[in-house]
Ligand binder design. Structure first.
Ligand code: G3P
Length: 220
């Protein structure tokens, strides 16, 4: 399972890259706004910075703001031309599916976002999306089991032989990451804090302290 970090914060992206386990980045308009990035040129410049930090071969999802097919195509082409790492993120709408189909035929990679049902996952795969982003945290927020959607899509994609990669999104905790790995997600995207949460176990800290104390006793 690939690890993507879900942020537009350059410090977090740098820190995640330095961990040596990062495979890519996802952003969305809310995350860009959180960093105070607005206007076309600053937005493109920010994506360029993200691509430079993560280096070659690591996908960076950049989302279109247009909601109509024509606008999505113009915007998506501009984003894709910016850097080879860029994957054009497109919302799950009728125009979005048309745009994904267009981009797929043009050899432009896409990430179909805002996916909340198995039916939507089938449409995105049929349209040729590179990645599919089911939002598990937001389903949990509605008191349903978000991870069940990942399990359902994994089963469908495997049964049908679809190529689209399942990129579990709205992943917010270390437990979510473990659940996604068990369910068979191809990619997980989450804040850096969730990845860092995987490191810690009190028995690791206690065990290391004991090893070092014993070494000191024996070696002075
Ligand atoms: O980037 C899309 C998704 O990961 C957002 O997550 O926590 O805002 O539901 P969240």
């Amino acid at each position: 399972m690939l690890f993507f970090v879900d942020t537009a914060n350059l410090d977090d992206i740098r820190e995640a890259t330095e961990l040596g386990i990062l495979d890519g980045v996802t952003t969305n308009p809310s995350l860009m706004a959180k960093e105070g990035i607005s206007g076309e040129a600053p937005v493109l410049n920010h994506y360029q910075k993200i691509c430079d930090i993560v280096g070659p071969g690591r996908d960076v999802s950049a989302e279109v703001i247009s909601t109509d097919f024509a606008g999505m195509i113009v915007e998506g082409k501009r984003l894709a031309e910016l850097h080879e790492n860029i994957v054009v993120k497109v919302p799950m709408t009728v125009d979005g599916i048309k745009a994904i189909s267009f981009f797929s035929q043009a050899g432009i990679r896409t990430n179909c976002t805002l996916v909340f049902s198995a039916g939507q996952a089938i449409l995105a795969a049929k349209a040729g999306a590179t990645y599919l982003s089911p939002f598990i945290g937001r389903i949990d927020d509605m008191s349903w089991e978000g991870i069940d959607l990942i399990k359902e899509i994994v089963e469908i994609y495997s049964t049908q032989g679809y190529d689209t990669s399942i990129l579990a999104a709205s992943v917010r905790s270390p437990l979510h990451i473990v659940q996604c790995a068990k369910a068979g997600a191809d990619v997980v995207t989450c804040p850096l804090s969730a990845i860092k949460g995987l490191f810690y176990h009190p028995l690791t800290d206690i065990g290391l302290a004991k090893f070092l104390a014993d070494h000191k006793k024996a070696n002075g």
